[in-house]
Design a protein around this ligand. Structure first.
Ligand code: ADP
Ligand code: MG
Length: 591
């Protein structure tokens, strides 16, 4: 063990990077207080006697000769009740408390506890004195809010122990609620404990994900679904809808808890989330969406280095709730801004640059983030299962997919939602390309889906892809030789594909009803459109024209399906019969 309180002196400052001498004995990744102001930083490199420190606050005004003191601890988060519904900065300082204490900007060097030290929580023990426990065992619970039972577990670093004393009643996060007797002596368990952000929380084993994470977004759920415990990336140029899709997932994903990281993007986008969530109801629980959300804000006006930490702060909090056996979904917008922070620090360290100036370890660092996602069996008394799904937005310059951050991300994620500027330009939202995107998860939960609905869903999905693919080829032909060259059947394919695109894949995030679609509604909508394909084709076989087939009133109803409220789905169910009836009638009048 190296010495704890090591004090050195600043020798050089370069933006967010500070070099301090006299620090030869510090540990890599220790947190240090920099300068007279005590700015918070983290040691990221040691050369001889010098420590290289990335500082999470603006370094303006501090100078060489000022002291640097090591805290002897790695960058850590506080894990315990009070995380939900809170908005933190990149190193987990609560923004509201800062605002109360210091006004609307964050004063530098402010030492503020991450979790509220005064609030009392009602701790209900589930075990008694004398019980033998191990890491991950639930000792008791706290109702964090109406929706979330916060399990107080034996921290991961305690092997086996016996409960000496366990309390019941009202406690703050730093009160001792349980006394454990371990081989090494007594250990106090409090409602909170600390965990280093760069180290993934341990679990028993990882499973292949088998359940779908529903998002309420049709193009995602029907075509490019993500699994609970899976990973996805959304690259796209500016204005293509990355932030909107991340917000939609934060609102409607069927996870127990959402961790949303606003990383280097505009501050007002975080304000949007903050204003909306308390007013929206979770369709699965009926509670306000704020009661399941943790927000990490490290927006473009905040220090660059803290962006780098924000991703790890967020994922550590997410893993902690996964340990309780819950389904967690984490969104990061945007991982490109995070990678840029990495690049800036690397440049100042004068490391050998790789592609586009990013450090050579960019890929490893990106992988180390996404690898913390997963469907796991938790270290626990009951082999409980928890999942952590991770969805990262990537904003490459000009939307160029050959960008190193996009490429490194695609190597590790299993879902790719490719946003296209062409679609966004035509106001087709979500601008997810149905030709270039992919999901490698569908087969993982195919069985689950088919057990529930039979093979029909798989068939419908295949047929939808087929039609869109043919449409793409036909458009090319039409462009070259005109629509007249197409057969009636091909024209029908074009019309049906238009319905798929405009009345199914297109979804307006800002419409009260269209913003979220249940699985049932989604199924009915697609089934109806495919009925139009099937019955239309049969009508053409009997000599009718595509043009006439698409004049039936049911086509209007198809266009309005997305605005049918969830409790009136009968309106959609009846369209299938309308299609058949109206085509029959049309045929009789024509004959
Ligand atoms: P990015 O984050 O990629 O720069 P945004 O998510 O901010 O882009 O989206 C830009 C704009 O596109 C939004 O302000 C909105 O007008 C429109 N938009 C994106 N997605 C949708 C959607 N699903 N429904 C309606 N409008 C959308
Ligand atoms: Mg954005």
């Amino acid at each position: 063990m190296k010495d704890k309180m090591i004090e050195g002196k600043i020798v050089k400052i370069s933006g967010p990077l500070v070099v301090a001498g006299g620090m030869g004995n510090v540990n890599m990744f220790d947190v240090v207080k920099v300068g007279e102001l005590g700015l918070i930083g983290e040691i990221i490199e040691i050369h001889g006697d010098n420590a290289y420190i990335q500082v999470y606050e603006e370094t303006g005004g501090i100078g060489p000769g000022e002291k640097v003191v090591s805290t002897g601890e790695p960058l850590s988060v506080e894990l315990g009740p009070g995380l939900i519904g809170t908005i933190f900065d990149g190193i987990q300082r609560p923004l509201k408390e800062i605002a109360v204490k210091a006004g609307n900007f964050i004063p530098r060097g402010l030492d503020i506890p991450h979790l509220d030290r005064n609030k009392k929580w009602d701790f209900k023990p589930v075990l008694k004195a004398g019980a033998e426990v191990k890491a991950g065992f639930v000792l008791g619970t706290v109702d964090e809010n109406e929706n979330i039972v916060h399990k107080i577990m034996v921290p991961p670093n305690i092997d086996s122990a016996k409960i000496k004393k366990i309390e019941s009643g009202s406690f703050t996060v730093t009160d001792t609620v349980c006394l454990l007797e371990t081989k090494k002596g007594e250990t106090e368990v409090k409602l909170m404990h600390k965990w280093p952000v760069r180290i993934g929380r341990p679990y028993l084993r990882k499973n292949a994900p088998t359940r779908q994470l529903k998002s309420g977004q049709r193009v995602v759920d029907a075509m490019f679904p993500i699994a609970k415990g899976g990973t996805a990336c959304v690259p796209g140029p500016f204005g293509s809808g990355k932030t909107v899709i991340q917000h939609q997932l934060a609102k409607w994903a069927d996870a127990k808890i959402i961790v949303y990281i606003g990383c280097g993007e505009r501050g007002n986008e975080m304000t949007d989330v903050l204003n909306e969530l308390p007013h929206l109801k979770d369709p699965y629980t009926g509670k306000t969406l704020m009661e399941r959300t943790v927000l990490i804000a490290n927006t473009s006006n905040m220090p660059v280095a803290a962006r780098e930490a924000s991703i790890f702060t967020g994922i550590t909090i997410a893993e902690y709730y996964r340990d309780m056996g819950y389904d967690i979904a984490l969104m990061a917008d945007s991982t490109s801004r995070w990678a840029e922070a990495l690049r800036e620090i690397s440049g100042r360290l004068e490391e050998m640059p790789g592609e586009e100036g990013y450090p050579a370890y960019l890929g490893t660092r990106i992988a180390s983030f996404y690898e913390r996602a997963g469907d796991v069996v938790c270290i626990s008394e009951d082999e409980r299962q928890g999942t952590l799904s991770v969805i990262g937005a990537v904003s490459p310059p000009g939307g160029d997919l050959s960008d190193p951050v996009v490429q490194a991300t695609l190597k590790v994620v299993k879902v790719f939602w490719s946003l296209e500027s062409q679609l966004a330009y035509r106001r087709h939202f979500p601008a997810i390309s149905w030709l270039n995107s992919y999901s490698l998860y569908y087969d993982n939960f195919r069985e689950e889906i088919e057990k529930k609905m039979g093979t029909i869903w798989t068939e419908m999905r295949r047929e939808t892809f087929r039609l869109l693919q043919i449409e793409n080829d036909l458009i090319e032909i039409v462009r070259l030789v005109g629509i007249e060259s197409l057969s009636q059947k091909d024209r029908l394919t074009l019309e049906v594909s238009r319905l798929i695109r405009e009345d199914f894949l297109h979804q307006n995030a800002f419409s009260d009803i269209d913003t979220y679609t249940s699985e049932r509604k989604m199924f009915l909508m697609l089934d109806t459109i495919l009925q139009m394909n099937e019955k239309g084709r049969a009508a053409i076989d009997r000599g009718m024209k595509t043009e006439d087939v698409f004049k039936i009133p049911a086509v209007e109803k198809i266009a309005r399906m997305k605005y049918v409220p969830e409790n009136e789905l009968k309106q959609i169910e009846s369209i299938k019969d309308d299609i058949k009836g109206e085509l029959d009638r049309l045929e009789r009048t024509e004959a």
